[in-house]
Design a protein around this ligand. Structure first.
Ligand SMILES: [Zn+2]
Length: 562
């Protein structure tokens, strides 16, 4: 049997060359853009198919090699050729773009303005160094009651009923992390210094200001996010403190310790939403169909076309999931290993939200640059889908008996609150690092700042005697690999929660607005995308306060257990 020929750079080179060299009048630009977009879609399709094949069976060496060959040999050429076309487009002075091209142009102009030849080597060094984080932490093992466990194994114990075992597991993880902390300190200081150099080369006073532009944050400023930090402190922290206190009382404890925050406070066994992948998908399909016939039909088509790879085959990577898009086939696909937990339910709803967004913005007539939206809104699509399906969780339609559905909703709300406070901590800390920290900042100063930010946004957990562990809480992957990229998720929650808030009043209208906003793809600035979804792109305490009141109502009144 002969395998399909492996796509090489030659598969695409001639078409890029033609687009770069053929005569181009202003009046030709719309058709030229469509051809360029089609070409990029062909590249994306190949890349996504190769990735799909590789992840479907991680033990398939040939699939792995084909994917890596594409990443290493074809994609750099594609980027170089794409840059040539971007430059060509930006040089077209007489061209007045239509509304659907304006955001794309704004992004291209921004990228071109930040481009510095001398930063190329630094940026690739940064990527390599950030990878060292995984090398340093990947092999860590936790000693728990004389047993050596991987960190994910030890983390699972934190969900259990046995408090002594949770305590041991938590301390085992903490000890493992502390062992490599000095190595990570040194690595981070190196990254920080390189990042400052990159910013300086591009003409920015601070790395924060450079990163703001590099992340295409056109529609909000550092001051806006600082307003959001204050709003989270005033509106989210008190509700989280209340839920922590309820948890403490339910567990019958004097104080809540870090190993008490994830276990079920009533000691119940884990939720069991389904017992086979078949059942998982049958119920999911029913819920989407109930929510909206169009979305239900899209989900059913994905399932019929085998675009839902959710079976927990032994060779698949557990805990690894995503939604990707095949722009030529015009279908999204979702990858995940569902083992029968509540997390699986959330993942399905979340990734389906991304899938609906792809379909709404990725039809053959849509330009490739308008797929989805900036991350701040792409996550509104997925997070809102998690929330909009919460009322449908109950049997006979959904996954759970009534009491379990209430528990799943409560868990979801606790997770949202935790995300707000941890993202605010991480963002306040990084803004300080990249705009205020002294030139010769030390690891001790960094730890002290993290402790201050953690104390500001984290309440109700007793860290006494564990300060050395808490001080190193900043040593997680985002801080090393994707600086400042975190607060996007909080901004998206504010949008998603407003969609959900509208749905309390009028579910049909809220859903129609949600769908209309998804259909805009990446063609509008963030405030307009939020507005189309019936939400405000907001940072203020009043908006957040209203949303927290809604969540408080959903989890019941204080002392509601009696
Ligand atoms: Zn997502």
């Amino acid at each position: 049997m002969t395998a399909a020929p492996m796509p090489t750079w030659n598969t695409f080179a001639r078409r890029y060359e033609t687009l770069a060299t053929e005569p181009l009048e202003v009046s030709d630009i719309p058709a030229w853009l469509t051809r360029w977009s089609d070409l990029e879609k062909d590249v994306m399709e190949v890349s996504a198919q190769l990735m799909r094949a590789k992840d479907a069976d991680p033990t398939d060496q040939a699939a792995e090699q084909a994917f890596m060959q594409f990443v290493q040999a074809v994609q750099p050429e594609v980027r170089r050729a794409g840059q040539r076309l971007k430059d060509r487009l930006l040089a077209q002075t007489g061209w007045v773009p239509q509304a659907e091209h304006q955001q794309m142009l704004r992004r291209l102009q921004n990228e071109a303005a930040l481009y510095r030849e001398e930063n190329l080597a630094l940026l690739s060094e940064l990527t390599t160094l950030a990878n060292d984080f995984n090398k340093i932490t990947g092999a860590l093992r936790a000693q728990v009651n004389g047993e050596e466990l991987t960190l994910p194994q030890a983390q699972r114990l934190l969900l259990g009923e046995d408090r002594a075992q949770r305590d041991a597991a938590w301390r085992g993880i903490a000890q493992a992390n502390l062992q490599v902390a000095p190595q990570l300190d040194a690595l981070f200081l190196k990254l920080l210094s390189l990042r400052r150099q990159v910013a300086g080369n591009a003409g920015f006073e601070t790395y924060r200001d450079y990163a703001w532009r590099a992340l295409n944050r056109f529609d909000y400023t550092p001051a806006d996010t600082q307003e959001l930090h204050r709003a989270i402190e005033e509106e989210v922290v008190p509700l989280q403190a209340r839920l922590n206190d309820e948890r403490r009382q339910q567990l019958g404890l004097e104080t809540l310790r870090p190993w008490d925050t994830q276990a079920d406070p009533l000691g119940r066994p884990a939720l069991q939403p389904f017992s086979s992948t078949e059942e998982y998908l049958d119920i999911g399909a029913r819920m989407f169909a109930q929510l909206d016939p169009d979305l239900g039909a899209q989900f059913t088509a994905m399932r019929a076309g085998s675009y839902l790879d959710l079976e927990p085959r032994p060779e698949k990577v557990p805990g690894y999931g995503y939604c990707n898009f095949l722009p030529r086939t015009v279908s999204p696909y979702i990858y995940w290993s569902a083992v029968g937990s509540d997390i699986d339910v959330r993942v399905l709803m979340h990734e389906a939200g991304h899938a609906f967004h792809f379909l709404a913005s990725g039809q053959p007539e849509d330009l490739v640059w308008n797929l989805m939206a900036p991350i701040e809104f792409a996550e509104v699509a997925s997070q809102a889908m998690e929330l909009l399906t919460l009322p449908l969780l109950e049997k006979p339609l959904g996954y759970y008996a009534s009491e379990d559905a209430a528990r799943a909703r409560h868990d979801k709300i606790e997770t949202v609150l935790r995300q707000f406070t941890s993202q605010a901590t991480g963002d306040a800390f990084q803004q300080w690092l990249y705009s205020e920290a002294p030139e010769d900042v030390t690891a001790e100063q960094i730890d002290a700042r993290w402790l201050a930010d953690s104390a500001r946004f984290g309440v109700g957990v007793d860290w006494q005697g564990l300060e050395d562990v808490r001080a190193k809480g900043w040593q997680f992957i985002h801080i090393f690999a994707i600086p400042l990229y975190l607060i996007e998720y909080s901004l998206a929650w504010i949008g998603a929660l407003q969609v959900w808030q509208s749905a309390q009043q009028n579910p049909e209208a809220a859903l129609q607005q949600y769908k209309a906003a998804l259909a805009l793809g990446n063609t509008r600035p963030l405030p307009e995308l939020f507005q189309a979804a019936g939400a405000r792109f907001a940072f203020d305490g009043e908006t957040l306060g209203t949303l927290m009141a809604l969540l408080a109502e959903q989890v019941g009144q204080p002392g509601g257990s009696d």
